[in-house]
Design a binder for this molecule. Sequence first.
Ligand SMILES: NC(=O)c1ccc[n+]([C@@H]2O[C@H](COP(=O)([O-])OP(=O)(O)OC[C@H]3O[C@@H](n4cnc5c(N)ncnc54)[C@H](OP(=O)(O)O)[C@@H]3O)[C@@H](O)[C@H]2O)c1
Length: 258
Amino acid sequence: MKQTVWITGASSGIGEALARTYAEKGATLILSARNEEKLNKLASELKTESYVIPLDLSQTDTLEQKAKEAIQKTQKIDVLINNGGISQRGLALETSLETERRIMEVDFFGTAELTRYVAQHMVNMGGGKIAVTSSLVGIISSPYRTAYAAAKHALHGYFDGLRAELHESNIQVTILCPGFIKTDVSVNALNEKGEKLNEMDDAQANGMEPMVLAKKIIRSIEKGKKEAYFGGYEVLSIYIKRFFPSLFASILLKAKVR
Ligand SMILES: NC(=O)c1ccc[n+]([C@@H]2O[C@H](COP(=O)([O-])OP(=O)(O)OC[C@H]3O[C@@H](n4cnc5c(N)ncnc54)[C@H](OP(=O)(O)O)[C@@H]3O)[C@@H](O)[C@H]2O)c1
């Protein structure tokens, strides 16, 4: 049956790749992010029914209305992929509380708030699938990304609990944890002053292609995975941290993270 998939962060990188891959499968799409021009351009290139709903995840008081608009346009949302997010490249002691709050607003509060309204719709419709793009940094942490890691860790606490709450309502929750993916995530990351970094990290430049990742993500959602890891050698960090936490802490002291 034709699915309706709502993707946040669809204007670039992983979200755009997810939109292109779902479009090939014939899904109806709702494309969201702040940059309406990029979303419209993407929608015009997709050979599938698609709706552009621009939104800013940090404007949490607008998200109920955005959810109403999406439901009114498509009648039924089968899959929500909470993918919009912003990263960080700045030392904790030099980063302002304001910058930390901005990262938390987008990566955590906005994501939780949008999910609340879509999840209620899914409960009313008898089921659905919710995914959220965390990161390997949602499980481990890393210098220069303390607030980002905190926001992504918070997603695990929230969505693991939500999965249990929504189980009886036939709603599946998948937490996606990518490693290094070749997108502009570091270019768009906030520095200590809360400004756009504008630098491509080597790790991202040499990372997995977003279109390769998108296929893997869709497979993990279709399989109903609860948590899924993606990337190259960096995925090992999850297991080193889990089974040898002290060793992981020493490795982190020497790791090239910028
Ligand atoms: N690339 C990686 O290596 C990597 C690894 C792990 C996790 N991730 C996560 O993957 C997700 C997608 O990132 P990406 O790698 O594709 O980077 P990206 O190219 O920078 O994409 C980020 C997306 O989020 C949107 N966004 C940012 N701030 C927003 C806001 N306030 N409201 C609504 N949308 C907003 C951006 O659109 P607008 O600017 O148009 O709003 C853009 O579409 C993020 O959650 C990121 O944390 C990335």
